[in-house]
Design a protein around this ligand. Sequence first.
Ligand code: ADP
Ligand code: MG
Length: 323
Amino acid sequence: ENTSNQIAAGEVVERPASVVKELVENSIDAGSTNISVEISNGGISFIKVVDNGSGIEEDDMEIAFERHSTSKIRKASDLEAITSLGFRGEALASIASVSTVEVTSRPAHREYGRYVKIQGGTLLESNQVGCPVGTTFIVRELFYNTPARFKFLKKDSTEAGYVSDIVSRIALGNPDISFRLISNRNTVIHTPGNNDLLSTIYSLYGKETAKECMEISYEDETIKITGYAGKPEIARANRNYQSIYLNRRYIKNKIISSAIDEAYKTYLMKSKFAFIVLYIELNPLLVDVNVHPTKMEVRFSREQDIFRAVYHAVNNALLSKTQ
Ligand code: ADP
Ligand code: MG
């Protein structure tokens, strides 16, 4: 049983940043407004995620770690129009199979919470405890029992960088949630959670970047596009500052990237990439998200329409600036 979980872990859990991603996405799905992530040694020895979400019912605590256990799909047709971030019920089982996990959780309507400790997929402890409403996950010694995978980890500071990238990316997609990232006791990210994208950009990238952003606003029958496009002056040397969210989920997609490039074409040198944060809202039925378990790659059934809409959305923002 734990072997198959470890194999699944290979797909879902590659490094500390992927653990953070899964835990934070669960916190978002649980309706949290405050999510704090704390790591030591780039998350290799220690990851702690604290949320103020719905909590986990006592009876569901141990079940949540079973493979394919998810509370997020009620019926088969839900699969066609997934809106929650997680839906495979694989993450917790995978993480717990390759580390030591402690969870403390309490739903708002309960007087007590429950604490569960699992190591390498084996339940070690399960007790009733007093705790605040919400959920706390602690993950220690990632890959302690899978040396081949442990060897693939990079040095602490590199892993910490990956964690920071993922938290920034998630924070940027959820301006209504306040995120905090503490790495080796230093606060490296703290977003306001005031539902204002521009102040979230400010808190992540600084005043200079926020000042040089133009608002994007576009809508037609099938698609709605909002966000901020950086002026050509703050273009970067790589694509790392292009964050695209489809129905609130971070994605990578060639069609959208090339539409952005095309819109900036006359303003940028070839080696430069625009700073941009793009929110795309599209009927989930026009999207195939189920391409890979980590769910970053998506396919569209109407690529031409998407290209055109993104091009116009970005181009309009750029034109409004030059007037
Ligand atoms: P999935 O997110 O695909 O459903 P996971 O393995 O990530 O699967 O989580 C299993 C289940 O544990 C979730 O469906 C949810 O019911 C519960 N869960 C996990 N994390 C949290 C959390 N932070 N708050 C509330 N419930 C949670
Ligand atoms: Mg999940």
